[in-house]
Design a protein around this ligand. Structure first.
Ligand code: IMP
Length: 429
């Protein structure tokens, strides 16, 4: 028996939702371990399309969902999402969803700070989702955050709000934004408490029991390695660690419980928000990838920037993210292109690099070095075996495998769950 962790190997939106959904049908529990409602996972199941942000995808398959301590939870967003998917027929109740009692809460002041800071940054904005993710993680590390369990203690809430407001109102006022008043926040938290607390528990105990009983646990990553706060294109990153190691610390399990690590990558590259993107295309091909791949952010609806596959970046994501098997998605978007480019290195100030540099100046200056690969004419859409793929498409996949130094475990050829070429079962380790 092996558990499986799924993480993004680019800048997010790699199609994790479909892969997680496919794996969730074979898991017993599905665990979110970092991020918050900045994530957007689209799951197409028959006629229904589910758009999940905070809820673990396994709920769509009737599997127990766990929101781990590493997640930042906006209680309003959580309840709204529960109401939305319940209206679509899903069963979300304390019997199917558990939330870590030591997870951090996102309050309205966090999104206010997030937005105020972004507008103050002007041209240098990060392009955050504006959901308050960064400020909530900052409060957690600064040891002043309100956590889920605090909802049961009105005095704790009151004391923590005093400390939070001292900090945040000073900042908000300095940024010229509206400040918050304590009573309104406290009243709302006390109203939310009986709606959230029934879901709360020390989830590490449940996970430990599940592990000992030999249950299959699926860890569902959000965002992606190149948005990791340490390993990504800092400062154009999210505020959590998105690498597979976080599956352990963000859920309350040891690293040996994480199991097989699957990294998801698109057959090309996309990015939302600002920041370096060496293989970005500003021409007709870029537009074509965006149109064919329906490249609009699930959470914000922003058009995604599109470009060629960057093997340097994905190789780095494989290494720092601990990826053992790669899932390649949206291969069909490349159908019919006469030639494809894969980035195999960067030229920076006359030197050649085989890794993504850490300093922002070097990141912005990175010029891609391309290898050209002949495209394929026939459709790969809906392919379910290697035999269904044109020879050139197989060559493309094999070359990526070689360059990123990870075996391809799955190839996804349409948004439909079953349009997948399975090379190796991740649950078999
Ligand atoms: P934040 O996570 O809202 O602070 O945003 C920081 C950066 O991460 C921005 O560039 C966002 O566009 C990006 N980001 C956050 N969540 C996602 C996601 O789920 N997919 C893709 N990009 C994301």
């Amino acid at each position: 028996m092996a558990n499986v962790a799924v993480i993004g190997a680019q800048w997010g939106d790699e199609g994790k939702g479909k892969v997680v959904d496919w794996l969730a049908s074979r898991a017993d529990l599905v665990v979110r371990f970092q991020g918050g409602h900045n994530a957007g996972h689209t799951l197409v199941v028959g006629e229904q399309t589910y758009k999940l942000s905070l809820l673990p995808s396994g709920l769509v398959r009737g599997k127990m969902g766990i929101i781990g301590n590493g997640v930042v939870i906006d209680p309003e967003a959580l309840l709204a999402e529960i109401a939305r998917v319940t209206a679509q027929g899903l069963n979300v109740s304390p019997a199917t969803l558990r939330i870590a009692d030591n997870a951090t809460l996102i309050l309205p002041l966090h999104s206010a700070i997030d937005r105020a800071r972004e507008s103050a940054r002007g041209e240098r904005k990060i392009g955050t989702t504006g959901r308050g993710i960064g400020p909530a993680y900052e409060d957690k590390v600064a040891r002043r955050a309100i956590r889920v369990a605090d909802l049961a203690e009105p005095q704790t809430l009151s004391d923590k709000l005093d400390e939070l407001l001292l900090h945040h109102n000073t900042l908000l006022a300095g940024l010229g934004a509206e400040t918050f008043e304590k009573q309104g926040l406290l009243d709302r938290l006390l109203e939310l408490a009986p709606l959230i607390l029934p879901y709360a528990e020390p989830v590490w105990e449940r996970l430990d029991e599940a592990r000992r009983a030999g249950k299959r646990i699926l860890f569902e990553g959000a965002q992606a390695v190149m948005l990791d706060v340490d390993h990504g294109t800092y400062p154009f990153v999210t505020s959590s660690n998105t690498v597979s190691a976080t599956a352990a610390s963000g859920s309350g399990m040891g690293p040996s419980s994480v199991g097989f690590v699957l990294g998801i990558a698109k057959a090309y590259t996309t990015r939302v928000g600002s920041g370096p993107f060496p293989t970005e295309l500003f021409d007709e091909t870029g537009k074509l990838l965006g149109a064919r791949g329906h490249e609009f952010g699930t959470v914000t609806g922003r058009p995604r920037r599109c470009g060629w596959f960057d093997a340097v970046m994905v190789r780095q994501a494989v290494k720092v993210g601990g990826v053992q098997g790669l899932v390649l998605t949206k291969l069909d978007v490349l159908d019919g292109l006469p030639e494809l480019q894969i980035c195999v290195g960067y030229r920076i100030g006359g030197e050649i690099y085989r890794r993504f540099p850490a300093a922002p100046g070097a990141q912005a200056a990175a010029e891609p070095i391309y290898e050209t690969i002949e495209g394929w004419r026939d459709s790969t859409r809906g392919a379910r075996s290697w035999a269904d793929l044109p020879a050139q498409a197989i060559k493309y996949v094999r070359r990526i495998e070689e360059l990123v130094e990870a075996p391809v475990t799955l190839v996804s050829t349409s948004p439909e769950r079953d349009d997948t070429i399975l090379v190796r079962d991740p649950f078999e380790g």
